[in-house]
Ligand binder design. Structure first.
Ligand code: ZN
Length: 333
């Protein structure tokens, strides 16, 4: 092909010294899995965007206290969340064509009055084909509305891990992000981007140098006590504060939540760094999109392109966004 353009005077093209860039068009249609979101709380239009963006399959997580109207929270309130997502799964699949899978759990972000009732009911839910994981759960340094003592939290986390081990399910860990304080806002507006009454934040029950990392270490110890192998843990919300521990000192998988970098500071650069340092075998990504947060349904799809720009090859990207979550969560091909 001639590069002698009939332009009136030379354009940029005439000066290109590397005309060999070959756009990775296969990434445009690469299927991907969102291994942690709350898509059942989003709008129809948001779920349609998942489909348009080529999301093949997702794990919809029902565990969060954000969606229980009452404080304190009782086990029946969390049970309602589990039943609600079961109720909506097929309807969502019929409309949008991606596969939906469920993760049910007891989150420790708020104290639950009678968690034993919930844990007793959980075994029957673990037997459902739709349920591919337990969680999100994990020790939380500080609660919303009502504090939960550390030993009681740990017991609830460990009980779920025991169930997961019994039913050969992975556990999605909610690992606390190490978040910079950021700007201070006018009294009364709360935290812009988060539809929650943040004034109800309780005093931390876990303090010290690095409570966010300490919480993850407690979770990993609880897994050992529960007989849950580390490779059955997917530590979501991986960040620079916990990734060296998780990938360097344990056999856990990590999932980088790239859906709201305005809060966490985590984006594709952190994913690329982890892949370079530790390889792609235990790395995944998720959007964690939820109606209560300013989140981006397209964030994983955008990160796919960004990983390529950052020098990660197409096969490695495919492993991270498709093959790894398919294998860890036992999803159908
Ligand atoms: Zn989540």
């Amino acid at each position: 092909m001639s590069s002698n353009y009939p332009t009136r005077r030379p354009t940029d093209e005439a000066y290109l010294d590397d005309a060999s860039f070959d756009p990775p068009t296969s990434l445009l249609t690469l299927p991907w899995v969102d291994c942690h979101n709350h898509a059942h709380t989003l709008s129809f239009a948001d779920r349609e965007r998942y489909a348009v963006a080529g999301c093949r399959s997702m794990v919809m997580v029902a565990s969060g206290y954000h969606w229980t109207p009452y404080k304190p929270v009782r086990s029946e309130d969390i049970r309602y969340l589990w039943d609600d997502v079961i109720n909506r799964k097929r309807a969502i699949e019929r409309q949008h064509f991606f596969e939906t899978n469920l993760a049910l759990g007891v989150h420790t972000g708020v104290r639950i009055e009678d968690p034993d009732d919930l844990l007793a009911a959980m075994a029957d839910y673990c037997r459902l084909d739709e349920v591919v994981a337990l969680g999100e759960t994990g020790v939380t340094p500080a609660q919303h509305a009502e504090a939960w003592a550390l030993d009681e939290q740990r017991a609830v986390v460990q009980a779920q891990m025991e169930l997961a081990a019994d039913h050969d399910l992975p556990v999605i860990l909610h690992t606390p992000n190490d978040i910079d304080d950021g700007p201070s806002y006018r009294d009364g507006v709360g935290l812009p981007g988060f539809e929650s009454n943040v004034s109800l934040a309780r005093e931390p029950v876990l303090t010290g140098e690095n409570p966010a990392l300490e919480a993850v270490k407690i979770d990993v110890a609880a897994a050992a006590d529960a007989g849950l192998p580390e490779e059955r843990i997917v530590a979501s919300h991986a960040d620079p504060n916990n990734v060296d521990y998780l990938l360097g000192e344990t056999d856990c998988h990590v999932s980088f939540t790239v859906g709201y970098p305005w809060l966490t500071g985590v984006d594709a650069v952190d994913v690329a760094d982890a892949i370079r340092e530790y390889g792609p075998d235990r790395v995944m990504m998720d959007t964690d999109c939820a109606n209560i947060l300013r989140t981006d349904v397209f964030s994983v799809k955008k990160a796919i392109f960004e990983l390529y720009r950052l020098g990660i090859d197409v096969d490695t990207i495919r492993k991270v966004v498709l093959e790894n979550p398919m294998q860890v969560f036992g999803l159908d091909d």
